[in-house]
Design a protein around this ligand. Structure first.
Ligand code: TRP
Length: 450
């Protein structure tokens, strides 16, 4: 594979790019992480900060990443060498991205495994006649069992490796084309169902009426981290997807569309989860267990619950898989282009490493639950390190590279793709140069050290 456009894979159309990029963005971050983080972050105030972060910080950085990828047509390490100069120190951000992709995918595949385990339980009709208590026991039992988690983690990784090994268009694009529309349809169906739950109104109040007294610097950092996580920013995922885009594609338009879809889906998922939480009087602060404890409840109480439960968990699994593809693609594009090995070989090697690293997460809820670093289990540590440190740091550097190193010329070229006005250009330039990186920097310092 070359890096100059010749012979390099390219997405089939703009629509398909929006679909794969949404596939990357929409994942466990929306359906699993967003609701529990909003729940433990106090609801409305967290959601508001998160929305502002998506708009004023996430979007400019999204465009920066896409631009660097699109213009370099290379993996995130090589991209900086092409855009700047050979052996530039900027390439280390690309490497930090590869490292982050390993860390994120290692725990992402374990949580993806939990979803597969729940899909299997739904298939074998385990959710039929559940009480609240017995639902909580399902997850507790899974957490206590490393073998079961490792088994499903292996399956999750295996599927991801298989699909991505087939190629960008033949693997990632083809799978997303089927999975994404079905996901949208099912979420819509659940949304309608949740609207009729008695807890729906409380859910809206909880998510949209902010209580600012609950905001701490730590929660603000979590909200910005979540904005990056959910949009797949800061480690080169959008950069690599951008590198398979046509060089003249309108980046402002596609990044806006993807962000809108992603945010909409997170809010709907949050609404569904909290409608159940308030209907059945669960704790909004349940943490990572939240989705797994709430959703089976709605299924045991609705007509055709068997089919809905199966479909739902399978679809969360699909959403997780299409996100895992992008994480894996960062690693694989780097390996194939840097070491000149075949895609298949790179995929298998990455899979083996990821499986090994993932064991630490699978054991974080049992054998290794007492082994902590800075008070966190391996799972907590990998999540925290990537979401609160590497992703914000990478994002700051991407914005600085785009806004200052490539500079106004690059930003102007992006704005021109969209036929933007001069006024818009000025606003966007300073968002990229100062507002986005500055705000993230301040939040990082405050959130980490105070
Ligand atoms: N955005 C995905 C989600 O919400 C996760 C994800 C995929 C990701 N690729 C990423 C997160 C790259 C950070 C960076 O579940």
């Amino acid at each position: 594979m070359t890096h100059n456009g010749q012979g390099r894979a390219q997405w089939s159309s703009r629509l398909l790019f929006v679909l794969v990029a949404s596939g990357s963005a929409v994942g466990l971050g929306n359906i699993w992480k967003f609701p529990y983080m909003a729940g433990s972050g106090g609801g409305g105030a967290f959601v508001l900060v998160y929305l502002l972060c998506v708009l004023f910080i996430g979007l400019p950085i999204f465009v920066a990443e896409l631009y660097i990828g699109q213009q370099s047509q290379a993996n995130p390490v090589k991209a900086f060498e092409i855009m700047h100069k050979p052996k530039t120190p900027w390439r280390f951000i690309g490497l930090l991205g590869v490292l982050s992709a390993y860390l994120i995918l290692s725990f992402y595949s374990v949580v993806g495994g939990w979803v597969l385990d729940f899909s299997y339980q739904a298939l074998t009709n385990q959710f039929g006649s559940l009480t609240q208590e017995s639902i909580q026991n399902i997850l507790t039992a899974l957490f206590a069992d490393p073998g079961r988690q490792i088994f499903w983690q292996f399956i999750f990784l295996g599927i991801s490796v298989y699909v991505v090994a087939q190629g960008v268009v033949k693997g990632i694009e083809r799978a997303s084309k089927v999975l994404m529309p079905v996901l949208g349809f099912l979420l819509f169906f659940l949304f309608i169902r949740a609207l009729f739950l008695p807890g729906a109104k409380d859910a809206v109040v909880f998510l949209f009426v902010p209580d600012f007294s609950l905001l701490t610097p730590k929660i603000v950092l979590e909200a910005v981290g979540q904005a990056f996580f959910t949009l797949s920013l800061g480690i080169g995922a959008m950069m690599i997807y951008g590198s398979y885009l046509n060089k003249s594609e309108n980046l402002l338009k596609v990044s806006f569309l993807v962000s809108l879809l992603d945010t909409g889906i997170a809010l709907v998922a949050g609404f569904v989860v909290f409608s159940i939480v308030f209907t059945f009087k669960f704790q909004p602060e349940a943490g990572p267990a939240l989705m797994f404890q709430t959703l089976p409840m709605i299924f045991s109480k609705m007509p055709a619950s068997y089919f809905v439960a199966v479909a739902f968990f399978l679809l969360v699994a699909f959403a997780a898989l299409t996100s895992a593809f992008s994480l894996l693609e960062i690693i694989i594009s780097w390996k194939t282009e840097q070491f000149n090995i075949s895609r298949k070989k790179a995929a298998v090697i990455a899979g083996i490493f990821l499986f090994g690293l993932g064991l630490l997460t699978a054991m974080s809820t049992n054998i290794l639950s007492q082994t902590t670093i800075f008070g966190l289990t391996f799972f907590g540590l990998f999540d925290k390190l990537t979401t609160s440190v590497f992703m914000p740091l990478g994002s700051i550097l991407f914005a600085v590279f785009y806004g200052w190193i490539l500079g106004p010329k690059a930003v102007k070229a992006t704005v021109d793709q969209n036929k933007g006005t001069k006024y818009f250009f000025i606003v966007f330039l300073w968002l990229v140069r100062i507002v986005a990186p500055g705000a993230v920097g301040i939040m990082m310092i405050k959130g980490l050290f105070y």
